[in-house]
Design a protein. Structure first.
Lengths: 335, 143
């Protein structure tokens, strides 16, 4: 059977028209790495000056030449090889063309007939598909996320514009909104392998959701303007504090609430992530039904000495919080 | 030089008691107003726990001596320098107690942080006031 297939391969070579010399050894112009975009056990060819290796099921297998030279046109060269893989012998007929590609006919162990493959030089377009596991460089956002005060699924077009959009473009749009709101401190997390989360720094806010005068100071603040009225007010009444953390989740997955949030957990979150979205995640496409959810965590303390507790029923709506932070105008958040 | 003026023990004790009762009442009223207006929120009990040992020990001693002194002794003259020292040190101490509450709005510390920290300066001041009051009562004719 093997002999028959060899004859068949030899026949294919003979059928190729031409009248010039054919390589006995892989020629210099073939040297280097070649890859194929197809899902096949042979995923690459590594051709040296006098050697050829194939990538066989993630192993590197050496091959030996079996063919003799043929008369072919000057621009076409061909050679056949035998590679001994872990699954048995593999026969390879490699044909070079004027184009930067190699035409490969292979008799692959465990596969019927002759496999026809096209190998090209590795380029950005022929990079292997993104890893299926979670990106290792990006810390993962806790799922389910801590229980939020308010959730707002942002309208289509604001952050996510279409299905299959690269995460990098979505992230850039989100970062632009954060810049508009003058939120420079945030952390980036991965959400599984096809989404991401951005957690903004905890800010001090007024009752209407707009940033407080001392936006990034969370402790007791001495009023800058100190009149007699201010003094008496400060002497006899408490200075309550209201705080907010906004987290954005870009994902196609279902987001449900986890444990109640506390100030320390959220402070850890905005400090614990990455500063940017890594390149390998930027190229990942957002799956269908992907969206951006804004999770608002609101905290309140009655006095300087009380610990902030999470607000369960906020007096504001999600869009009011997001508009108050300066991320988007309220009319864009409420379609 | 041992000087005695026309002030009797009863008058001196009365002035000291008035000072302490008035001072304690003023600070207590301030604290009460702050409590009613929600200044201390959930920490009200801690605020009053700070106030009680700050004022009451000395106040109790002075008021007890005032009422407990016999009639004959009450008419004795007192050494004015002992009385004046006791009065001045008591006044300073009560002013420091009230000042601790009154300066809090200017402070970067929270009210509870400031009250907890105030033991650092209230302790020595209270000690000095105690020495002054004790010296007055120990002087001849004061009790």
């Amino acid at each position: 059977m093997l002999a028959l297939l060899r004859l068949l391969l030899a026949g294919i070579l003979l059928l190729l028209p031409g009248n010039s010399a054919v390589v006995a050894q892989p020629r210099p112009s073939w040297e280097g790495i070649w890859v194929t975009g197809r899902q096949t056990p042979i995923d690459r060819l590594d051709i040296g000056e006098a050697t050829i290796h194939i990538g066989w099921k993630k192993a590197r297998v050496a091959c030996t030449e079996t063919s003799s030279t043929r008369n072919l046109p000057p621009t076409i060269r061909s050679a056949t090889f035998e590679c001994v893989t872990s699954d048995g012998p593999l026969l390879l007929s490699v044909t070079g063309t004027p184009e930067p590609l190699l035409l490969v006919h292979a008799v692959v162990p465990g596969m019927p007939g002759i496999q026809t493959l096209v190998f090209t030089r590795p380029t950005a377009a022929s990079k292997p598909p993104p890893k299926t596991g979670p990106p290792t460089a990006l810390p993962q956002f806790p799922m389910p996320p801590p229980q939020w005060t308010l959730r707002n699924v942002l309208p289509r077009g604001l952050v996510v514009t279409r299905d299959g959009e690269p995460l990098g473009e979505i992230f850039d749009r989100l970062r632009q909104a954060l810049g508009r709101a003058q939120i420079a401190d945030f952390s980036v997390y991965g959400v599984e392998n096809d989404g991401f989360a951005v957690v903004a720094r905890m800010e001090s806010i007024a009752d209407d959701g707009r940033p407080a005068a001392e936006r990034w100071t969370l402790g007791a603040v001495r009023p800058a303007v100190f009149s007699i009225g201010d003094y008496l007010k400060a002497l006899f009444t408490a200075r309550p504090g209201r705080y907010r953390v906004i987290a954005f989740l870009v994902t196609a997955r279902t987001v449900t609430a986890g444990e109640p949030a506390d100030k320390e957990t959220l402070n850890r979150l905005w400090r614990g992530g990455a500063g940017d979205l890594p390149d390998d995640v930027r190229h990942v496409a957002l799956p269908p039904s992907g969206r951006c959810e804004a999770l608002v965590y609101e905290f309140f303390r009655a006095t300087d000495d009380d610990a902030p507790v999470q607000v369960v029923d906020s007096r504001l709506t999600g869009p009011q919080h997001l508009a108050g932070a300066g991320l988007w105008p309220i009319e864009r958040l409420v379609p | 030089m041992s000087q005695r003026d026309s002030m009797t023990v009863a008058e001196a004790q009365g002035r000291l008691a008035t000072l302490w009762i008035g001072g304690a009442a003023a600070v207590g009223a301030l604290l009460l107003a702050q409590t009613v207006l929600g200044k201390y929120g959930g920490q009200t009990e801690k605020a009053w726990s700070w106030f009680a040992p700050t004022v009451f020990p000395m106040l109790t001693i002075i008021v007890t001596a005032w009422f407990g002194t016999g009639d004959a002794a009450r008419q004795q003259p007192v050494e004015s320098r002992h009385f004046h020292m006791a009065f001045a040190l008591s006044l300073v101490y009560l002013a420091v107690v009230a000042g601790t509450l009154l300066v809090q709005p200017f402070s970067a510390w929270t009210p509870m942080e400031l009250l907890a920290m105030s033991h650092a300066w209230l302790g020595p001041t209270q000690g000095l006031a105690g020495i002054g009051v004790g010296r007055f009562f120990a002087s001849k004719g004061a009790t």
